[in-house]
Write a protein that binds this ligand. Structure first.
Ligand code: NAP
Ligand code: ZN
Length: 342
């Protein structure tokens, strides 16, 4: 079969490898679609720990073609989406229900072979069935949606909440939609590109702002702003210093800031602890997707999430090499690999 291999940091290419066979408790899944994520670019450049040689791809969806010994509760031919994050189940964090903080966490497509291939091995316990009637490309959105869902759960958004989302990439645009579904009536998205602001309004943002054109603190939280005094919840989805700095200033007193964006390890941002103390802000990190993949899959299957508008391109495995090796093109939101595409 063909697989997109990270052979070493900086060394990514498609080559023929043996089709794997499922061990006990495993599924052999024929990949129908696998999303390209910013993390794949970080892995290529060695900015995120990985274990090359490895096949990348952690946002996959496909058809069960064979099952290993001991697997009796899923049919050959079923369509699944995989939760890539495998925790040990035994450490204190896992036993306390914080599986995403397991120090032995290993991910499919990062530490072991992933979904940029014709086939991927998925432990049964990591697989969630989704309808065969679904567009498989939609199935590949379950993983990023699950990460956003964890952030939404932590945020405490309630009916009537006001929310600012910073960054109009796929994570920001999914978060906008989940914030509305969670009951927020005001959802403001800040992103620099006009095409992404239009997209955000299309998928449910009640307003958008251009951070390069105006002072968004004033435009949102100022006395004549969209929500004078600031919003209940700010969700940082850009992973850049500027938006992290803005996040606490956009929250109302007693409000919540959720950091979903990943800034490079070691990079620092100045914050004002007095402001966090005096205005009793809750500042939270949201890391991956503990126990939310099933709900994300159900949300995708329900049709409640607008996905088609977030799909910029579908590419073959061969084309994916250059997509991952280059920064996203202007206006691009999500590119997906469809392996059996000619
Ligand atoms: P992305 O496509 O790079 O989106 C980030 C967006 O932020 C960009 O599209 C950019 O759009 C916008 N941006 C950049 N600078 C900005 C600024 N100064 N003000 C406002 N917007 C700005 O990435 P993504 O896939 O959506 O992911 C977003 C972040 O979440 C990344 O850091 C990713 O690593 C992280 N992530 C975290 C988790 C988790 O578990 N917490 C899971 C998945 C991804 P414009 O050009 O329009 O400004
Ligand atoms: Zn990802």
């Amino acid at each position: 079969m063909k697989a997109l291999r990270l052979e070493a940091i900086g060394d990514l290419f498609v080559r023929e490898v043996d089709t794997p066979s499922p061990g006990p408790g495993d599924l052999l899944v024929r990949v129908e679609a696998c999303g390209i994520c910013g993390t794949d670019r970080h892995l290529l450049h060695g900015e995120f720990p990985s274990m090359p040689p490895v096949t990348l791809g952690h946002e996959f969806c496909g058809i069960v073609e064979a099952v290993g010994k001991d697997v009796s509760d899923i049919a050959i031919g079923a369509r699944i989406t995989g939760d890539p994050n495998i925790s040990c189940g035994r450490c204190p964090q896992c036993r306390a229900g914080r599986v995403n903080l397991c120090p032995a966490l290993r991910a499919i497509g990062i530490h072991r072979d992933g979904g940029f291939a014709d086939y991927v091995i998925v432990p049964r316990i990591q697989a969630h069935e989704i309808p065969l009637s679904l567009d498989p490309v939609h199935g590949a959105f379950c993983e990023p949606l699950a990460c956003c869902l964890h952030g939404i759960d932590l945020s405490g958004i309630r009916a009537g909440s006001s929310v600012v989302v910073l960054g109009g990439g796929v994570i920001g645009l999914l978060t906008v939609q989940l914030a509305r579904l969670a009951g927020a009536t005001t959802v403001i998205l800040s992103t620099r590109q006009a095409v992404k602001r239009r997209l955000a309004e299309d998928v449910g943002a009640t307003a958008t702002v251009d951070p390069s054109a105006s002072d968004i603190i004033e435009a949102i939280a100022g006395p004549a702003g969209l929500v004078p005094g600031g919003v209940d919840v700010v969700i940082e989805c850009a992973g850049v210093a500027e938006t992290v700095r803005q996040s606490t200033r956009l929250a109302r007193s007693g409000g919540t800031v959720v950091i979903l964006g990943v800034m490079p390890q070691g990079e620092k941002v100045e914050i004002e602890p007095f402001d966090i103390l005096f205005r009793e802000l809750r500042v939270l990190g949201s890391f991956i997707n503990p126990f939310v993949h099933r709900r994300a899959a159900d949300l995708v299957a329900s049709g409640a999430i607008e996905i088609d508008k977030l799909i910029s391109r579908r590419v073959s495995l061969d084309e994916a090499v250059s997509v991952i090796a280059h920064p996203p093109a202007a206006g691009e939101v999500k590119v997906l690999v469809v392996p059996d595409q000619a």
